[in-house]
Ligand binder design. Sequence first.
Ligand code: ATP
Ligand code: MG
Length: 780
Amino acid sequence: MQDYLAGLNERQKEAVLYTDGPLMIIAGAGSGKTKVLTTRIAHLMAKGVDAFHILALTFTNKAAREMKERVERILGNNDARNLYIGTFHSVFARVLRAEAHRIGYPNSFTIYDTDDAKSVVKTVINEMQLDDKLYKPATIYNRISSAKNALVTPLDYVNDYYLQQEDMRANRPAIAKIYDAYCKRCFKNGAMDFDDLLLKFYELLKTFPDVLSKYQHKFRYIMIDEYQDTNPAQYEIVKLLGAMNENVCVVGDDAQSIYSFRGATIQNILQFQKDYDEVKVVKLEQNYRSTQNIIHVANEVIRNNKAQIPKVLFTENQGGEKIRIVQTMTDNDEGKFVADTIQEQKLRNHFSNKDFAILYRTNAQSRAFEESLRRMGIAYTMYGGISFYQRKEIKDLVGYLRLIVNPRDEEALKRIINYPVRGIGKTTIDKILLAANTHNITMWEVLEKADQFGFRSGTLGIIQDFVILIRSCASMLKQHNAYDVAFHVGKQTNLVKELFNDKSTEGLQRYENIQELLNSIKEWVESPDNDEGEVVDKSLGAYLQQITLLTDSDNKDPDADTVKLMTIHAAKGLEFACVFAAGLEEMLFPNAMSINTREELEEERRLFYVVVTRAKEKLWISYANTRYKFGSLVQNDPSRFISELPPEYIDNSYSGGGTRQSSFGYGNTGAAYERMSGGWGSSRFDAATKFGPAPSKKTVPEYLGSKPEAKKVVEHKPSVDFQASDSSDIAVGQRVEHQKFGFGEVLKLEGNQHNKMAVIKFDSNGEKKILLNYARLKIL
Ligand code: ATP
Ligand code: MG
């Protein structure tokens, strides 16, 4: 066993050794939070705590794997394989598999990915005969998702005055009904979406005291990394699980909270201290990751945010080089500059590909980098692309497997009922769906009793053959493992043959992908078990549940000697010797979607803090004067964040191939917005739709020039030392000062714990509804 305490500083040691009772570690980037958590797990196990009793929650599967490996290395054995370690979603999916029947789901419930979920939303919207231009499935899905993560049930939703008002304003009063119908449909399909993995587990713990007690006894030690990015559902689950032993250790950095658009709230950090009688708080202040220059810059950047927990971050590392700011003419030049620089650094400073990361705000930016890296012959790995399991041919075969395991799964059934083509056309599918809805049975049940629903005899025969096919595969489930069943399905359905016969390049690729899928199932089946019964489960159901939660980074080799390309969101918790922070342009970073309120802008700044603090030795910050967006050229001004960098740590004399020296020519940012409005908005990545209507693109952001007339806010000059108070215990009748609206009186309180709102009558601005979690409010 390694002497795991030897290399730690005093504070880190203190945190590792403090094993019993609630513990919160709040500290800046690179101060060893994750290291402490890992060491703490090893320490608990070294002390004799059984790995089965330790629950560790990480933000990605990859982080969980790395943590497990490190614990194994420290302990010198493989006991760590028994840890409950993973993302909230993967750990709770595993638990739900054992408990789902308690809440009426099959234990082999299907996990719907976002595509499946959006498809269900679309079906529901169509069946309700609503206009899907107004009720866009993706938007409605995001709203439902936000509601679930805030533990707002359909019933809460319909009774929530604030949400209703918001929907009325957006002219979409039926969202509550869609939400309700969506939940019922998923239940009927025996399916849970990603959010349900939290919500249903929460409901289970709330509803069944014996289940709660079982998991309280099981998870005696709970640890959570990246706590600043947990949402209310996750928070409540942890609170319930930890209530008996109170051995909960959370680790986070409020300055790195970057998921509020998905419902995460740093309130969880503030609340944690109130949830237990005595919370030990440890602050780590020494950064081991980065050079002094990088730390100075990071500290300086984050200082511009008002909302933060005061922290110190210093390093004893060397001063290091200055941060280089590079301006290029175009986005392609930016790509070329980065590739040239990587090449040069490799030659001059003996770096390898894996020492470099190119980090950007939106996935769309990757193209220019990919092209130039390819041209230079530099190996790279791009994260955030489409996952292997999202490919069509994979989803097709998996569709069969899903239906075999869970015949209630309507999305799977619709996907493969006519693939490979067997003569069940759209009209027949609609007829099946109608019959299912009319008789309140599943589509599969309609197929099973097809002779009762008046299908034409030709169609009836085809349907009956299909039913026999699925049943015969399903009959294998009891005696055969996942690989045998999958192999049989591929053969029996002609799916593999169909792909084999397609001799085009794509066809060949698809055929290889199917082989790859079968291989990976085999590998999974043959992988060593852990000591616990439930994980020996090599059934197809268990396999399907775990692949849905894999992301594209899970099948990439983390040790490969390649340059890494990813969004800043995806780079959380990681570190690289050399980092390129790309696309530092107004409207891109900060993103046009996130500059309408101070809260949004501060989140963008935290994102900037995250990217700066990923670098160990060298950091380049680049921006392009122009870039192509949706086929047209847009001009950009440098990001406001560049102007916040302290000049003494900056080298802006740097110029690479195709670039010109930074002139720091700040143009009229308002005009830039004009040029780009309608452009970047939609480039914000997939899940980014916020809870609430998207800010109107026509509104001129507060920071950019004149304010729109409609606002008519009587400007309030807050006192110089304006400090927002904790507004959680605000009461009706209280006098308050709002940073913007001025003085007022609280008339009413509404909403739930996570969405608490106050109706305040302001002396100069009339009545306004204020969300207390976000309000800059002072209680007088
Ligand atoms: P982030 O906020 O980015 O998640 P973190 O606080 O989790 O960062 P770690 O990733 O745990 O920080 O540590 C940052 C780096 O510093 C790692 O390379 C880690 O191995 C190293 N490190 C942490 N503590 C020490 C120490 N006491 N001695 C030497 N190196 C350390
Ligand atoms: Mg970390």
